[in-house]
Design a binder for this molecule. Sequence first.
Ligand SMILES: Cc1cc2nc3c(=O)[nH]c(=O)nc-3n(C[C@H](O)[C@H](O)[C@H](O)COP(=O)(O)OP(=O)(O)OC[C@H]3O[C@@H](n4cnc5c(N)ncnc54)[C@H](O)[C@@H]3O)c2cc1C
Length: 488
Amino acid sequence: MPQSNQLASKAANVVAGAAVGAFTALALSSQPRWLLESGHPRAIFTETDPISQIPSEADVVVIGGGIAGISTALFLNEYGLRTVVFEKGFVGGESSSRNFGWVYSNGFHEDKLPLAVDAKNIWTGLANRFGFDVSVRQGGNLQLASNEEELEAQRAWQREASQRFPKDIDAKILRASELDELIPRASAKYIGALHQPSDGSAEPTHAVPLIAKGARAEGVKVFAPVAVRAVETEGGAVHSVVTEHGEVRTKRVVVAGGAWSRLFLGNLGINLPQQNITSNVIRVKGGTAHQGAGHGGGVAWREQIDGSYSIGVTPHPIPVTWDSFRVLPDFMPALRQLLKNPLNSPLTIRVGSDLLQSMRTNRRWRNDEITEFERVRMLTAKPLMRAGDRAVAATREFFPALADARIIERWAGVIDATPDYTSVISEVPAMPGLFINTGHGAQGFALGPGAGRLAAQLVAEQAPLVDPEPFRLSRFSDGQPLLLREFL
Ligand SMILES: Cc1cc2nc3c(=O)[nH]c(=O)nc-3n(C[C@H](O)[C@H](O)[C@H](O)COP(=O)(O)OP(=O)(O)OC[C@H]3O[C@@H](n4cnc5c(N)ncnc54)[C@H](O)[C@@H]3O)c2cc1C
């Protein structure tokens, strides 16, 4: 081809590429964003330490003031380590105050069950430990079975779990007639249920701020709003953290950053495969139904302390971001499972303007630069209006006692999931002194105190009460096949 034709053809390609790019950007920007920023915390206010008192040195720095970070700090302090928590927004402001509030071990996968059992024991002991109520109630957890196959799986779980933890698991199989006593007319649709009376809930709006109050009374320092920008190393090991208010020397750091952990660790050259999933809750008031928590047949509920009910909404949209493509190889087994039966999956993939927004996110930064953690103090998600209304209609139908209940609140939040829907509670082999406590998926509120104790035991080199093996970071890179566990 003559040179002038080649130039003309290249120019045409550039123009066509730019046109496609502009069209795609326009199409994406007109789509909804699923991940949103918020200035309105759901969590109650809790006092924190004055920023002027940030120490120049600490035994351990914990990044993130959610259930994972605050619980980790509580136990680190118990083990005699001077512990500082930095929270970029509000204590408990993100996922930990936007969740559904189930505190349970009913039906947990066998690998996660020891952590769930330990966590529940901690939850139920907090009021005694602190001398004040942190909003835990043991109203029971009910998982309904609509056919023999489901009921048989529940029987097998109940047998094994109660043999393994005879003191802690009090789950029973309920027959249809016993079910009717808890939920009038339930036997018309369900043949039985797995019921664990000692399970229950805590109020997401109150629990973490109150645990933070207790932890501070025991000696933990909590600073907010203070974003941590980076971890500095010396000879490859942790040497300090850099916050927006200066440096703190420490040899041990725990990253408990929830949905932000992948971004934070990525800047340190550490790959944590993590995908954010959004999730919705509706609160209704008026009428008394089952006075505990449970789910079945597309309805999930929890009675709150004030007598209103939280209702779970499906599906849970997975917003596609730039990072979704980078973690796609890790998430292939989970994606295959979703695509096998998309109409019955609780998850759904959504392409919206999050993709465009995420392309603008800075993934590498210098310590003197303002970071994404300072720009977005609190991450939330878009409430699904129509799906929410459907969930309320289904709940009203299932619980005649709630037929006249009215919607008083809708909210959404972000669930940070790993490729096997299992937490990462682990030291980072490539950076001595760096630990992770994150990726708790849809069960992190229940698991939080146990995850905190385990992380603290790893940091303090104490014998762990729970086997940390299923939670190690290296499972994503050691070539072993991943065991995909339940999302919910
Ligand atoms: C709608 C919904 C329903 C759910 N229902 C349940 C349920 O019923 N039961 C259950 O067990 N789980 C449930 N979950 C999951 C549960 O809420 C989470 O797993 C859990 O709260 C995670 O806690 P976390 O501390 O890891 O994260 P978060 O609570 O998100 O806390 C992380 C904190 O780290 C801070 N942070 C991040 N980066 C930095 C930085 N660089 N510097 C300083 N601070 C930083 C953030 O601001 C944030 O406050 C639900 C979640 C949602 C969204």
